[in-house]
Ligand binder design. Structure first.
Ligand code: ZN
Ligand code: ZN
Length: 291
């Protein structure tokens, strides 16, 4: 069994352990490549992002591990970078300065409360409801549309290598009480975003965290989007968004079955320093390129 995972957190941000613990766990689980993608620093108080002053130490530590484990596993140094217009993004200078191997671009913040505090769309449901009222006067369609609009703006202006959990906003609506993921307007927003990604050629991650944390019944993105993505020829990579060493490949087998059911035969993996397409089945990658 051989998998890869490029979306992961460690104690530099809101992960639980030192980077090496995730490497050891990856070796036990037979991964061929593992990428670190701590939450990039943001220039305001945030409990789950890396502190700006830790960024260089983070990169240095991952580079050391890369050397120390080079015979056993390919390790990569990335960041999950928030896109906040005019504030930070995958192509902002402090990120480029770090010389990373790849970036994951994600939208966790949508606009701000009247007092300036940024609205986290995947935080507590109460915070979500508060922002919905105070920023969007309760108009869920406007709020969700703004989320997808920001995602498209990121892709147009600061496209990362990998688009993170593209429909994560659904985390607030698993019961369908706020909006319907089947609604025409919702699907139109999502599809418009997918079409843009197909045009620029970025990779969309299929992120399993919502399932194993029991926050969602489907991966980010879900089956409807995956079918569209397949039709649009968008490359995918399977990621766990692991915060704990035991989460590194959770739900990968079921996700591989789902992906095969919508027609995907290959996943994108970062191996030998470049993103490439490799065949997979529910047991993992079928043959990994060695040159
Ligand atoms: Zn994220
Ligand atoms: Zn993450």
């Amino acid at each position: 069994m051989s998998w890869t995972n490029y979306h992961s957190h460690c104690h530099y941000c809101d992960g639980k352990y030192a980077p090496e613990e995730y490497v050891k766990s990856s070796l036990e689980k037979g991964l061929v490549a593992y990428g670190f993608s701590s939450h990039a620093p943001v220039p305001f108080d945030c409990v789950w992002t890396m502190k700006p002053e830790s960024a260089h130490a983070y990169v240095a530590e991952i580079r050391e591990l890369q050397q120390a484990y080079q015979r056993d596993i390919e390790l990569y140094c990335g960041l999950e970078v928030d896109y906040i217009p005019g504030v930070t993004g995958p192509k902002s200078l402090p990120v480029l300065d770090l010389g990373l191997d790849y970036t994951i671009g994600s939208v966790h913040f949508v606009d701000a409360f009247p007092d300036g505090k940024r609205w986290e769309i995947d935080g507590s449901h109460q915070v979500f409801l508060d922002g919905l009222q105070q920023i969007f006067r309760g108009d869920i369609r406007q709020a969700v549309s703004r989320y997808f609009e920001l995602t498209r703006q990121m892709i147009e202006q600061e496209c990362p290598d990998v688009i993170g959990h593209i429909d994560k906003i659904k985390i607030q609506d698993e019961e369908g009480a706020l909006f319907s993921q089947q609604a025409g307007w919702y699907r139109q927003e999502l599809e418009q975003t997918l079409r843009l990604i197909a045009d620029v050629g970025a990779i969309i991650e299929v992120n399993t965290r919502g399932i194993y944390k029991k926050k969602t019944s489907q991966t980010y993105p879900g089956k409807w989007a995956l079918e569209k993505m397949k039709a649009l020829g968008i490359p995918i990579t399977i990621n766990s968004d692991a915060h704990h060493p035991e989460e590194i490949i959770l739900q990968f087998e079921d996700t591989a079955v789902l992906l095969a059911s919508v027609g995907y035969k290959q996943v994108s993996v970062l191996l030998n320093g470049k993103w490439q397409q490799v065949n997979f089945d529910q047991t993992g990658l079928l043959h990994t390129v060695t040159s």
